[in-house]
Design a protein around this ligand. Structure first.
Ligand SMILES: [Zn+2]
Ligand SMILES: [Zn+2]
Length: 653
């Protein structure tokens, strides 16, 4: 753990089930390798994970079973450790590489920017060799000018216990990549000769493992797992298929048929996926299907029946027609040391010491890199936790209420400071909650990593300007693409395409799928300590997947756009005209909205309200320097997002 992080106070509900083969799955880590410094549930760092994986690998050997470590991509863009370097990931990738993964694959965030794509190809992929899989992603080799696969197309291997595995790594049909790479669509991939040959490999296959930066639930529009599953199942009706996916940042588990399931393991080093399978038939596998001294997987894979409008996700897919001997268990672990040490201890009767030297070294490396990158530089002390979704829009504790105040305070052009202004930003410019406690350079990346500048149209009639917000909020979510010229960005050009794995709108508007959580009242409490707020997951196996039982965090819809005003007449009257200030990212939406109410404005009327270097990444730090100077530098930390109590927690040093 980092010296300024906290440990969890509520732990796992019980020991993990261990099967013949087991998986630990990370995905969408997005640079959060220091852990969540101000959230108890997610306080572990990458060094703790290094120690944990070593313990679990040892335990697997002792039990006589297999354990595979899998990661499914998106390694940066989300936290300071990855995003404060140029290019992103320069430091964080080296730290990430301390985990000895068995299978990895590429995310869309590795492909937006050419320099990062080349780094992934030339450095990161080479560290893992044939364990880094990119079945459908190619890049132009700068040395030869020829298209090459970034990693291996497939990996056929035999596990330590003798299970014969064919693995693929498939990115969803992503189109926002820079022009040096090529993403082959899943529908085309499954027609390729090499892929068909790999499915019908000349050596026996006991298990297909399909990993992908790709939602496992086939009804999610960006998912291509249905296509991949269908191709394999049609050719190999009886071979088990295991999917491990990502990109939508949720915990999820899907049953495709009685021998095929898929797991997705969250985001941002909040979640660690655990999957155990027994009953895979193999003439060479010597693993124990019911290892001694631990619980075993008990669930059969039964596809959910079709239920009217929310049609079962797999009803259109082919299915295995023979009975299954497979048993499954899945668990979503919270990313904290209490969880890691609990399962390591449960798993390791012969050791009382959780930390291994390599894990400690990685923890120290993260601490020193955070200091070198100035990530701990303090702008101010956030007096409360402000969340994106856990409170209704513009109520106390809602981040947009805070941002409204911040925008009014610091988005000021000195030469026009007395002119009334409306300031409009898109709520999608915020990426994460702001937790109570020190607000640092690191947090400026976490909360609002985008670098959109403030433009304006001067002297717009108030009668027109005042209608813009309503028009924007009635329109579509603003996720248009813009060009990738780096002058538009300070540090994070990869975030130009908003149609990415951001949480809004992807995890917040599943439509027919409904929200993937249950109200707290339906939880079965199995421990005496009162649960803390956190994940309450519902998937195809039900509601028992979360390793630590939590109360649900409310999830309120938020509008597309937020408006602040400043320098309005003090007598409460309406101004004649205002400066209409907005993010350059949404300029087209603004002029379109004005046109709808009779305002004829073109790009020629638009100019920068503040220097282009003052961006969405700047205004909250600027506000913190003004408004959050109480309790600096000894700033009390809260317990995390969704916590109702306002008590302070002593920082564990
Ligand atoms: Zn992601
Ligand atoms: Zn993604």
């Amino acid at each position: 753990m980092q010296p300024d992080a906290q440990n969890a106070t509520t732990g796992p509900k019980g020991p993990l089930e261990w099967g013949q083969i087991n998986f630990l799955h990370t995905t969408d880590t997005h640079g959060w390798l220091e852990g969540h410094i101000k959230e108890q549930n997610y306080g572990a760092d990458w060094g703790d994970y290094v120690s944990f994986t070593k313990h679990m690998k040892k335990k697997a050997r002792k039990l006589g079973v297999d354990l595979l470590l899998v990661d499914t991509g998106d390694l940066h863009d989300g936290a300071g450790l990855s995003d404060a370097t140029t290019p992103n990931g320069n430091v964080s990738n080296l730290i990430f590489e301390n985990v000895d993964y068995d299978l990895l694959t590429i995310g869309n965030h590795e492909l937006y920017v050419t320099e990062i794509a080349y780094e992934t190809f030339g450095q990161f992929a080479k560290v893992y060799g044939d364990r880094y899989l990119t079945s459908n992603v190619q890049i132009i080799n700068p040395a030869t000018g020829a298209l090459e696969y970034i990693g291996a197309k497939y990996r056929y291997f035999t596990t330590e216990q003798g299970l014969r595995v064919m693995a693929f790594g498939v990115l969803f049909d992503f189109t926002g990549n820079s022009n040096v790479s090529k993403v082959i669509k899943a529908a085309d991939l499954v027609q390729e000769t090499w892929f068909k040959d790999a499915i019908n490999f000349h050596k026996p296959i006991d298990l297909f493992v399909v990993i992908g930066h790709n939602p496992v639930r086939p009804t999610v529009s960006s998912s291509t797992f249905g296509t991949l599953f269908s191709a394999i199942r049609k050719a190999r009706p009886d071979v088990p298929i295991q999917g491990l996916g990502g990109h939508t940042h949720i915990r999820d588990f899907v049953v495709y048929d009685n021998k095929a399931t898929g797991i997705e393991s969250g985001r941002y080093c909040e979640s660690l996926g655990w999957l155990a399978i027994s009953g895979i038939k193999s003439s060479t596998c010597k693993a124990d299907h019911n290892p001694k001294g631990v619980p075993h997987p008990t669930k059969s894979a039964i596809p959910l029946a079709s239920t009217g409008t929310a049609t079962a996700s797999v009803s259109h897919l082919p299915t295995s027609t023979t009975p299954s001997t497979l048993r499954y268990a899945r668990r979503y672990l919270d990313w904290n040391r209490l969880t890691f040490s609990y399962h390591a201890e449960q798993s390791q009767h012969y050791t009382s010491k959780f930390d291994i030297p390599k894990g400690v070294a990685v923890t120290h490396e993260i601490t020193s890199e955070r200091a070198k990158l100035n990530l701990t530089n303090l702008y101010g002390c956030a007096p409360e936790t402000y969340c994106q979704y856990c409170k209704p829009f513009l109520t106390d504790g809602n981040i947009f209420k805070l941002l409204q105040t911040a925008l009014s305070t610091v988005v000021v052009n000195e030469t026009r400071k007395d002119i009334p202004r409306l300031i409009i930003i898109n709520t999608g410019s915020v990426r994460f909650d702001l937790a109570k406690g020190p607000f640092t350079y690191d947090d400026s990346f976490i909360v609002s990593p985008f670098a959109d500048a403030f433009q304006f149209i001067p002297d717009v009639p108030y009668s027109q300007a005042s209608q813009v917000l309503g028009i924007l909020n009635a329109g579509p979510f603003q996720k248009k693409k813009r060009d990738l010229s780096t002058e538009n960005f300070n540090f994070s050009p990869v975030l130009a395409d908003r149609d990415l794995c951001l949480d809004p709108p992807m995890t917040h508007s599943y439509g027919a799928m409904g929200k993937r959580s249950y109200p707290a009242g339906r939880l079965i409490r199995r421990q005496s300590t009162s649960p803390s707020p956190g994940y309450t997951t519902k998937d195809d196996f039900g509601t028992d997947g979360d390793d630590t039982i939590h109360t649900a965090i409310p999830d309120y819809d938020q509008p597309n756009d937020l408006q602040a005003n400043a320098s309005f007449p003090t007598d409460g009257s309406e101004p004649e005209t205002v400066d209409l200030v907005f993010l350059d990212f949404i300029v087209d939406y603004i002029t379109d909205a004005l046109a709808q109410v009779g305002g004829k404005y073109t790009e020629a009327d638009v100019s920068y309200y503040l220097p282009k270097t003052f961006t969405t990444n700047s205004y909250l730090p600027a506000y913190a320097k003004i408004a959050w100077q109480d309790n600096v530098p000894n700033c009390p930390v809260g317990t995390g997002i969704g916590a109702a109590d306002k008590r302070n927690v002593e920082v564990v040093v």
